[in-house]
Design a binder for this molecule. Structure first.
Ligand code: GAR
Length: 226
C-alpha cells in the first residue's frame, strides 16, 4: 500500500462510475474551472451503457469498461480492476455512483486513497434506495456524505456532510435531484481538501488541518438550506 502523495500540483484521480455520472461531471467541471487542483486520468465503469462514459469521452478522458460477467468471481474482477486503476497511477480513487461492493483486499490496497459519496447522512441509511427510505421514515433533514472507504460497507469515516431539508411536496425524484445538486458541490470540495493535503485518514479517523475530527464537517450552503 502506498500513501497519498499530495506534494504534486494536480492530484491524479481515477473515477469509478456505474450510472448517470452527474458527480463525475461536477468533478470534471471543477477541474476545468481551476477550482479543483486535480486531473481525471481515467474513468472506469462496470456498465458499458453508463451515461457517465459519454460524459468522460466528451471531456477527452480515457474510459474503460470492466464488466463483472466477464470474470469468474468477485476476487478476479477486483484484482483486474486494481491493476487497471494502478496503471493510471492515481493519487486518489473516487467512487462516484459505483454500485459494486469491493472486496477487502481491494479496499485495503486503497486505504486512505479512496473516497465515496453516499446520498444520506451516514451512519443513517446505508445501502440502496436511500431517498425512498428517507421519505417513508418521515425524515425531515436527509443529505449526503463523503467518506473514506474502509472494509465496512458505507461505514468508513465520514469527512463531510451536507443537509437537504425535505419539502412537503417532495417525491423520491425531487428529493434525489436536490440531494444530487448538493453532492455536486460537496464532492469537489472534499476532493480539493484532499488534493491540498488538508484532509487525510489516520487509523479510523479523519484528520482535518492536522486535528483529528470527532464528527464530520457540516457544509452549510444557502442552496441546501433553502
Ligand atoms: C449519487 O447520488 C451517489 O450519492 C449515489 O449514486 C448517485 C450517483 O449519481 N451513490 C450511492 O448510492 C453509493 N452507495 P451520478 O452517477 O449522477 O453521480
Amino acid at each position: 500500500m502506498s500513501s497519498l502523495n499530495t506534494t504534486q500540483r494536480n492530484l491524479p484521480l481515477v473515477v469509478l462510475v456505474s450510472g448517470a455520472g452527474t458527480n463525475l461531471q461536477a468533478i470534471l467541471e471543477a477541474c476545468a474551472q481551476g477550482s479543483l487542483p486535480a486531473t481525471v486520468e481515467a474513468v472506469i465503469s462496470d456498465r458499458g451503457t453508463a451515461p457517465a462514459l459519454q460524459r468522460a469521452a466528451a471531456a477527452g478522458i480515457t474510459t474503460h469498461v470492466l464488466q463483472p460477467q466477464d470474470y469468474p468471481d468477485r476476487a478476479s474482477y477486483d484484482r483486474v480492476l486494481a491493476l487497471l486503476i494502478d496503471s493510471h497511477a492515481p493519487g486518489l480513487v473516487v467512487l462516484a455512483g459505483f454500485m459494486r461492493i469491493l472486496n477487502d483486499a481491494f479496499v485495503q490496497h486503497y486505504r486512505g486513497r479512496m473516497v465515496n459519496i453516499h446520498p444520506a447522512l451516514l451512519p443513517k441509511y446505508r445501502g440502496l434506495r436511500t431517498h425512498r427510505r428517507v421519505l417513508a421514515a418521515g425524515e425531515r433533514e436527509p443529505g449526503s456524505s463523503v467518506q473514506f472507504v474502509t472494509r465496512e460497507l458505507d461505514g468508513g469515516p465520514v469527512i463531510a456532510q451536507s443537509k437537504v431539508p425535505v419539502r412537503m411536496d417532495d417525491t423520491e425524484r425531487s428529493l434525489t435531484a436536490r440531494v444530487q445538486a448538493c453532492e455536486h458541490r460537496l464532492y469537489p470540495q472534499v476532493i480539493r481538501w484532499i488534493a491540498e493535503g488538508r484532509v487525510r485518514l489516520a487509523d479510523e479517523s479523519v484528520v482535518f488541518d492536522g486535528a483529528r475530527r470527532r464528527s464530520p464537517v457540516i457544509m452549510d450552503w444557502d442552496e441546501t438550506t433553502s
